[in-house]
Design a binder for this molecule. Sequence first.
Ligand code: GDP
Ligand code: ZN
Length: 322
Amino acid sequence: MRLTDGRTLRCEHATALVKGAPVRAVIGDIVEVSQPDDHDTGIIDEVEPRRTQLVRKDPAERSVPQVLAANFDLVLVAEPAGQVNLKRLERELVLAHGTGADVGVVLTKADLAASPDEVECAVAEAQGLAGSRVLVLAESKRDSASIERIRSLIAPDRMAVLIGKSGVGKSSLVNLLAGSDVRQVGTVRDGDGKGRHTTVSRAVVPVAGGGFVVDMPGVRGLGLWDADAGIEAAFSDVEELAAQCRFRDCKHEDEPGCAVRAAVEAGELAPARLASYQGLKRENAKMLERRDEARHLRGEKASDRRKRAAGRRGAGGGRKRR
Ligand code: GDP
Ligand code: ZN
C-alpha cells in the first residue's frame, strides 16, 4: 500500500473486514489503514467505495465475483492487429464497458501484420464492433509514434488498465509507456485459473509524462458477472433496435414486430452480431440465476438481498461514464 505521505507499507486485512462480506482490497483501491505502534505491517480497516471496477466471475467458483482492479479511468483492450479474435474482443468490450470507465482498443504488434492494409482493415473491423464512441488504435513496439498516441490517452491524473490475452504484448507496451523495463516480457506465466489464492505481482506503473497503467495478467477466464450494463453498452446498436420491438421483453426469436430480426433481414445487422449478443445475454442470465441460487443456499435473508439491491441501484445510478 502506498500511504498518503508517499511511504509504502505491507498490509493485511482487518479480520472484521473479511469476515462475512468478503471485501478484499485490489489494485487501485483506496483504503483506510491503521498501524499499531509495535507492528511493521499495517491493517486495512476499510475499503472505500469504488468509482470503477473490473469484475469477472471467479474462475475457481461457480457463483462468486472477483474484482481485479478498481478506480481506474480507462480500460484498454488489447488484441493482436494481425489476428483479432472478434468473439473475444466482443467479450472483452462487455467487461470493459461494465467497469464504468472509458474504453479503448489497442491493436498490438502491427509490425507483424502482413501489410499496412491489413492493419487498416483490422482497425476498421474492430471499430465496427466497438462502435464509434470507442477509440481504436494500432500500435507496435517498433513505431514510437504509435506508442505516443497511447501515452496521450493516459493524462497525468488518469489510470489505465490493460486487458487482453497473454502474449498479446501488454508487458511490452507497459515498458514502452514507462520508458524503462519494469515488466518482464514474454516470460511471465499466467497466474490465472490456478485457484483463488494465486497472486501474480501486479503493479501500478507510472507512465513517463503521464498517469499510470496497470497490466492485468492474461485475464483468461473472462466469465461474465452481472454484465447487463456492459452488454447494453457494448451492443448499443442491438439495444437501440430492441427498443423498437413491439414487445418490451422481446427475445428477438419469432415474435411479431421484432425490429432486431427485421434489421437482420434487411442486412442492417450481421446475424453473427445478433448471435453473440444473445449468447452473452444467455450466459449472463444463467450467471444471475446461479448467483441467486447460491445466495438462497447460503440462507441469505430476502431482506438482506433487498437491501443490497437498493444499495446497488444507488451505486449503479451514480456510476459515471465520461
Ligand atoms: P503479454 O503477455 O501480453 O504481456 O505480452 P508480452 O509483452 O510479454 O509480449 C509477448 C511477445 O510478443 C514477446 O516476445 C514480445 O517481444 C512480443 N511483442 C510485443 N510487442 C510487440 C510488437 O509490437 N511487435 C513485435 N514484433 N513483437 C512484439
Ligand atoms: Zn425483438
